[in-house]
Design a protein around this ligand. Structure first.
Ligand SMILES: [Zn+2]
Ligand SMILES: [Zn+2]
Length: 247
């Protein structure tokens, strides 16, 4: 009984501490079967990975595939949702380099819609803000082949039930983040009730934390989410982008 993959790990390409190889090496040592490198999306004002680095990252992963054949590697990005219309900062031309897409809300992202940017950066909890954020999540999931929704509710209050429903409908995994979970137990229970599937990720910013799922595990137990709903526990996720779920 074990976690088999970690799909949200950062490297020096955004603001992680280790190299791509450092993360893959830790994954191999911990017996993970799969790992994704998911550095911050291009629009992130402080930490976004540069588009021009993608070919180099791809090349590094190709070398590591030979060196660590026991670990399947994915090149991903932790993309940013830009607003109510559900646009994200992955362009069509980026997809040639990527194997999958993690996506979530982050503050301070270039190209964000104005009301969405300010209401969240000022931390407004008004009904209009929640409605706008919920629509942004749902449209992003609907219009883009997002494989994993990273840390739902982080800095972005939303209707969790509706977001979970969209995840289930479109086959996007709802992330239980290893650094911090921003939702209450009641909200996590709502997500589980909606029947969406979860992925636990470390969100490691240093190689030593790759494969650390202790926080998600604690919440899973407390809320009573069945382990059969965790797509990277004792099985491997079936990512929607890999099934041609892209639009
Ligand atoms: Zn994040
Ligand atoms: Zn992250």
């Amino acid at each position: 009984m074990a976690f088999l993959g970690d799909y949200h790990t950062h490297t020096v390409y955004s603001h992680g501490k280790g190299s791509i190889e450092d993360n893959v090496l830790v994954a191999a040592r911990k017996g993970l079967k799969e790992i994704a490198i998911s550095d911050h999306g291009f629009g992130h004002m402080a930490f976004g990975v540069r588009r021009c680095e993608l070919p180099r990252m791809r090349e590094q992963l190709n070398v590591l595939k030979q060196k660590y054949p026991q670990v399947k590697t994915y090149l991903s990005v932790e993309s940013n949702i830009l607003g109510r219309k559900g646009r994200i900062d992955v362009r069509e031309s980026d997809k040639q380099w990527l194997d999958m897409v993690v996506c979530g809300y982050h503050k301070l992202v270039w190209g964000s819609e104005t009301a969405y940017f300010w209401s969240n950066n000022l931390g407004l909890a008004k009904a209009a803000t929640i409605a706008r954020n919920t629509e942004a999540y749902v449209k992003a999931i609907e219009n883009n082949a997002i494989d994993i929704l990273s840390h739902p509710g982080n800095g972005c209050k939303c209707d969790v039930r509706e977001v979970a429903r969209a995840c289930r409908h479109f086959g996007t995994y709802f992330e239980l983040n290893g650094k911090r979970i921003y939702l209450t137990d009641a909200q996590l229970a709502e997500a589980a009730e909606e029947g969406c599937e979860f992925v636990c990720d470390s969100d490691a910013h240093s190689p030593g934390r790759v494969g650390d799922f202790s926080l998600p595990l604690e919440r899973i137990r407390r809320v009573g989410i069945p382990m059969s709903a965790i797509a990277n526990y004792d099985r491997l996720p079936d990512f929607r982008s890999g099934r041609g779920g892209a639009k």
